[in-house]
Design a protein around this ligand. Structure first.
Ligand code: HEM
Length: 222
């Protein structure tokens, strides 16, 4: 039993650390993407830098992908382990006084985000890899804004993105706050940290929703 608890705690810490890392990525991803609305030339500049800088491409990008894989694999392991320990699944579990629907269904919101990432990689990452490394096209620092806006032409994709961002907000509402709890951070700043995590969990996905709707409503016609 104590081995189970110890390894479960270790897994929770891995979840918390990888989750915090992904939250940090999300913040910088948002800052770059919001420029696609307010300053298209800056968006092109930053996207080109991110796409061709060797440190970003060969060091940060693999670390990010590893972070995503670790977070999801560990999430599923933790879910299975919790179900075994409890003898019932999260879905069947009726929930205690302080176990909200969101906290009991992190696995469901997580699975939706994983499916979104599959679509998102197909939309942006794979064409980029093909453009650079398969078709060997020349560098073009002006193409990113139009490519991004075009992606939101289809209403079905815009809606799928919006639904995913709403579930991302739910996932972060529980996950971001509880990562600090898991790390054992308990001091006079705890309640301020918690408030910050809740604001971040709602504001960043809302911002992504705004970007998706904005590009859908303002297509590039030429
Ligand atoms: C409107 C919202 C969003 C837009 C317009 C957008 C746009 C982009 C673009 C242009 C890329 C670059 C692909 C490349 O050049 O390699 C990218 C990559 C990526 N995005 Fe998003 N994104 C959005 C939301 C999100 C969200 C909410 C997440 C996470 C839940 C996310 C996760 C990622 C990841 C993991 C990558 C791969 C990064 C890399 O390794 O290059 N994105 N996105």
């Amino acid at each position: 039993m104590s081995v189970l608890i110890k390894s479960s705690l270790a897994r929770k810490i891995v979840m918390a650390l990888s989750g915090l890392f992904l939250v940090f990525f999300l913040g910088q991803h948002f800052i770059i993407n919001i420029t696609s609305v307010i300053a298209p030339e800056t968006f092109n500049l930053w996207s080109h830098f991110m796409g061709y800088n060797p440190l970003v491409q060969y060091a940060l990008q693999p670390v990010l992908i590893a972070g995503v894989i670790i977070h999801f694999v560990m999430g599923f392991v933790l879910e299975i382990q919790n179900n075994k320990a409890r003898g019932l699944s999260y879905v069947k579990y009726k929930g205690g006084a302080n176990a909200s629907w969101v906290s009991r269904n992190m696995i469901i919101s997580g699975a939706v985000i994983l499916a979104f990432l599959g679509l998102h990689f197909y939309d942006f990452w794979l064409p980029e890899i093909a453009y650079k490394y398969i078709e060997n096209n020349p560098e073009d620092a002006t193409r990113y804004h139009a490519e991004t806006v075009h992606k939101f032409e289809a209403i079905w994709r815009t809606v799928l993105y919006i639904i995913s961002f709403a579930l991302l907000a739910l996932h972060l509402l529980h996950g971001f706050a509880s990562s600090f709890q898991t790390m054992g951070i308990n001091n006079k700043y705890s309640s301020a940290i918690k408030t910050f995590t809740k604001i971040y969990a709602i504001a960043i996905p809302l911002g992504f929703i705004f970007i998706a709707i904005y590009h859908h409503l303002n297509p590039i016609t030429h």
